[in-house]
Design a binder for this molecule. Structure first.
Ligand code: DON
Length: 573
């Protein structure tokens, strides 16, 4: 009898496994065995979107540099080898935690030019001419990246800047390898580059996988920056050439804009989720506040017992995301221009009330939900890298040109693309930007103002010590991708690689839909959610985020997660 039961159970387990496999194959689910293994090292690690950049970061660490020196090198190496998002004419944010536990945030976000104005993208009928904020010189915000890396180097770096930039110049001279994704992307955008620039360039040539791209113009720009420092970009030959180029394309950035640009040290958003202490980006990014709101909304729900990507978990996260993004669109913008009730927005008292009307029986409709009441208050490319050095310093950096290759405007002389970050402003109330985000007065264009961002470089502590550094590109989906990656490790016991690879979903209040990564969620789950009143979008969903992160294991080793959705690479020693 006992034998018979064991035999029946074995048959049952085997057929379940076969069935799961069949479902996975039919629905093109990524099976565990198809995924990358975590990279585990003893001392230090860099995870970034391109192998060349991770290698250069590690090279700097091996020369005795710290995570901040490696940040400067990795940022510039991405500008050379990952030009779709890596940049010197874009901007970004950095969160850091030193080996002593000191934390901080750097804002090197682009700014609206002095000659910009609230209605600059509206035509004579008051209609939003959306192309102007996306393509060409008018879309360009005053770049912050060079100010950012020099601010980091000045405050926290240890090696001479020439030593840090030297391998990056060599990379530009000797060239980087074109991956399959890069070859496809460059081909895809070729027409747009030609149309925007009216001329051929390094990036209007044909490339195939395995080719090498050498960028001598960029090598020369980097040489001048290495020799002359920050002022080369904001006051020197490079700055003047940039302004001349942008004005010749009907842009409005002047030398006054470059002179006035400063990167700003900000106070990070710090909050707790259970026994984690999370340190994330403050305004002008919405990342930290939204992440804090969502995690605090969901904290009372036992999502571990609901299960990873179960319908109950999806419902709780979706409703939390809906409420956070509704607040984002109303309250958030550049803190140098508007008052943001930061403490209230992430206070337990306020957040508890916001989730009161949630029920598992029925989706809340976004039309019925607006931003919350605060007493007394009136009113497609980025890249992320994480670094941990052998001293114990950790950084999380997300940097961007906004869309893929930014405004598509490319200076042959200088060797780089310009951002189109101006599209992150709310150009007209109620008009969505390229990520479908709706904004209001708080994020309206004003001269010298920074546009609201979703970038969410984040460091997490557990029991008072460093536990994880992570972040991702993905426009409005950045916040929810960072959220799900933290939960995947903390609540659902995944390792770092599994956590970044796991299928993701996203809700952002408006449009009122849940976006799922295609072919990654069981049809039954999606159908169940439909019966509860959720609009589900799967077929045309694009990839949600491309997360890179590092966590420390209980034995002190570092474990990297480099998202399998891209060419991302974890390297360490
Ligand atoms: O700052 C932001 O939120 C956007 N400019 C980020 C753009 C982005 O992530 C595009 N990447 N896929």
């Amino acid at each position: 009898m006992k034998k018979l039961i064991i035999l029946l159970l074995t048959i049952l387990i085997f057929s379940c496994k076969q069935e799961n496999k069949k479902i996975a194959v039919e629905q093109n689910l990524t099976l565990e065995k198809d995924k990358k293994e975590s990279v585990i090292v003893d001392s230090a690690m860099v995870v970034s979107a391109k192998e060349e950049a991770s290698k250069i970061g590690i090279q700097i660490l091996k020369k005795g540099g710290n995570a901040f020196d490696a940040m400067v090198a990795t940022e510039l190496a991405l500008a050379v080898s990952f030009p779709v998002a890596g940049n010197i004419a874009g901007g970004g944010f950095m969160i850091y935690r030193t080996k002593e536990g000191e934390i901080g945030a750097l804002d090197y976000r682009e700014k609206a030019p002095i000659r910009s104005s609230r209605n600059m993208y509206l035509d004579e009928n008051g209609d939003f001419t959306s192309n102007k904020s996306k393509v060409g010189a008018l879309a360009v915000g005053v770049p912050g990246t060079i100010a950012g890396i020099f601010a980091v180097h000045k405050k926290l770096g240890s090696l001479p800047i020439e030593q840090i930039i030297a391998p990056v110049i060599a990379l530009a001279v000797n060239g980087y390898l074109v991956t399959e994704q890069q070859a496809k992307r460059i081909t895809y955008f070729k027409e747009s580059f030609l149309k925007t620039n009216n001329s051929e360039s390094l990036y209007t040539k044909e490339y195939k996988t395995g080719d090498t791209i050498k960028n001598i113009a960029l090598a020369n720009t980097l040489k001048r920056i290495s020799e002359n420092g920050r002022s080369e970009f904001y006051q020197g030959e490079t700055g003047k050439a940039m302004v001349h180029f942008l004005q010749s394309k009907n842009g409005i950035i002047t030398m006054d804009d470059l002179n006035a640009y400063e990167a700003e040290w900000r106070t990070p958003i710090v909050f707790s989720y259970k026994d984690l202490r999370i340190i994330s980006m403050s305004p002008p990014s919405s990342g930290g506040i939204c992440l804090a709101q969502i995690l605090k909304f969901i904290e009372p729900y036992p999502i571990k017992s609901y299960g990873h990507n179960s319908t109950k978990t999806i419902q709780v996260l979706t409703e939390a995301e809906r409420r956070a993004y509704a607040d984002r669109s109303f309250f958030l913008g550049d803190p140098d221009f508007i008052d943001i009730p930061v403490d209230e927005l992430i206070s337990d008292r306020y957040l508890k009330v916001r989730m009161d009307n949630f029920s598992f029986d029925k989706a809340t409709s976004s039309d019925s939900l607006s931003y919350g009441m605060i007493p007394g208050f009136e009113s497609d490319e980025t890249t992320h890298y994480s670094i941990v050095d052998n001293f114990g310093n950790a950084i999380a950096v997300t940097t961007t040109l906004n869309a893929a290759y930014g405004s598509k405007l490319y200076s042959n002389k200088l060797g780089f693309f310009f951002n189109n970050e101006m599209d992150d402003f709310s150009s007209k109330p109620g008009e969505p930007n390229m990520y479908g985000l709706i904004g209001g007065k708080a994020n309206a264009i004003e001269p010298q103002k920074r546009m609201l961002s979703s970038m969410t470089p984040t460091i997490v502590e557990k029991n008072g010590t460093f536990w994880m550094t992570l972040g991702t590109p993905g426009g409005s989906t950045i916040i929810t991708s960072v959220l799900q990656t933290i939960l995947n490790v903390y609540e659902f016991d995944m390792n770092m690689q599994q956590a970044v690879d796991a299928p993701r979903f996203h809700h952002q209040w408006l449009p009122d839909i849940i976006r799922f990564e295609p072919n990654s969620f069981p049809k039954d789950s999606l159908n169940y959610l439909r019966t509860k009143g959720y609009q589900v979008m799967e077929n045309n969903s694009i990839i949600l985020g491309k997360v890179d992160g590092i966590r420390i294991l209980p034995d002190g080793k570092l474990e990297g997660g480099a998202d399998h959705r891209g060419d991302d690479t974890a390297i360490g020693y």
